[in-house]
Write a protein that binds this ligand. Structure first.
Ligand SMILES: [Zn+2]
Length: 257
C-alpha cells in the first residue's frame, strides 16, 4: 500500500507538470490515468482527482469583475433549504422560500431582457447563510443588491408591500442611495401590482446591513392575509411584482448613471 501511495503521489505531482510541458499550447489540462487497468488502485485514485480545468474555472470566476459599464444587480431570493421562511403545511399551503425563488427568477429574466447583468445568491432550494449572501454580493461588487421576501404577521389584517433599507452613520452615500432605490422600486411595484403601500422603512436585516453597495429588502406582501395570500399564490402577481422591481431598478439606474 505504501508503495502504491508513493507512486500515486508521484503521478499526482508529476502528471500535470509533464502534461503541461507537452501541451503548453493546449487548454484545458486534464489529469488522466496512464493505463486502462480498471482494477488498479492507482487508476481508481486518479479517477477521483477532479480535472484541472474546472478548478481553474472556479478560481478564475472568483476573481472576475463585471464590466463597469454594465449595471450588475445581485438578486437575493430570501430563505432556502431548511429555512422555509414563513410557511403553511395546511391548505392553503405555501412556502416563502419557493415564492422568493420564483420571484427572483422572474426579476432576473426581466433585468436580463433590459440589458442588465444579474447574479443570484441562490439558484435552487439550497440553504445559504445571511453572512454568505452578503459576502457573495460584496465579492461580486454589483451596482445594487435586492433581496426578495414575503411577509407574515400575527394579525390577519396586516397587508401590503414594504421596502427596507439599512440606515447607519458610517456610509451616508450608501444610505441615501439605498433609500432612493427603495422609493423608486416601491413606486413601480405599487403601480404594477396595485398592492397596498406600507412604505419605505429602516430595517436592521443582515443582508442589507452587511452589504457594501446600495441595498434593499422587499417584502412583497403578507401570506398571513387571506386575500393577499391568494393574490401572491397566483403567478401573475409574482410577475407583476418582478416587473415593478425591474422598472424601479431601471428608474434608479437611469438617474444615477
Ligand atoms: Zn422572509
Amino acid at each position: 500500500m505504501k508503495y502504491l501511495r508513493s507512486i500515486f503521489m508521484m503521478l499526482v505531482l508529476l502528471g500535470p507538470l509533464s502534461l503541461s510541458a507537452r501541451t503548453s499550447s493546449e487548454a484545458p489540462l486534464q489529469v488522466k490515468p496512464r493505463h486502462k487497468s480498471g482494477s488498479s488502485a492507482i487508476t481508481k485514485k486518479l479517477k477521483q482527482i477532479p480535472p484541472v480545468e474546472p478548478f481553474l474555472t472556479a478560481q478564475a470566476k472568483a476573481t472576475i469583475h463585471p464590466p463597469s459599464d454594465l449595471p450588475h444587480i445581485v438578486i437575493d431570493p430570501g430563505h432556502g433549504g431548511e429555512d422555509y421562511g414563513t410557511y403553511s403545511i395546511k391548505s392553503p399551503k405555501y412556502q416563502e422560500k419557493l415564492l422568493t425563488l420564483s420571484s427572483a427568477m422572474m426579476l432576473k429574466r426581466f433585468l436580463n431582457q433590459m440589458g442588465y447583468k444579474t447574479s443570484l445568491t441562490r439558484k435552487d432550494d439550497s440553504f445559504i447563510s445571511l453572512e454568505d449572501r452578503a459576502a457573495i454580493a460584496n465579492n461580486l461588487k454589483p451596482t445594487l443588491f435586492v433581496s426578495i421576501h414575503y411577509n407574515s404577521a400575527p394579525s390577519v389584517e396586516a397587508e401590503g408591500v414594504e421596502i427596507y433599507y439599512y440606515k447607519n452613520d458610517d456610509s451616508r452615500r450608501r444610505v441615501t442611495k439605498s433609500k432612493e432605490l427603495a422609493h423608486d422600486v416601491l413606486k413601480r411595484v405599487l403601480n404594477a401590482t396595485q398592492a397596498k403601500s406600507r412604505g419605505v422603512k429602516h430595517g436592521n436585516f443582515a443582508v442589507i446591513r452587511e452589504t457594501e453597495m446600495p441595498a434593499i429588502l422587499i417584502e412583497g406582501g403578507f401570506l398571513s392575509h387571506p386575500d393577499e395570500r391568494s393574490r401572491i399564490k397566483n403567478p401573475t402577481y409574482l410577475k407583476q411584482l418582478a416587473w415593478g422591481i425591474a422598472l424601479g431598478i431601471d428608474d434608479y439606474v437611469q438617474k444615477n448613471n
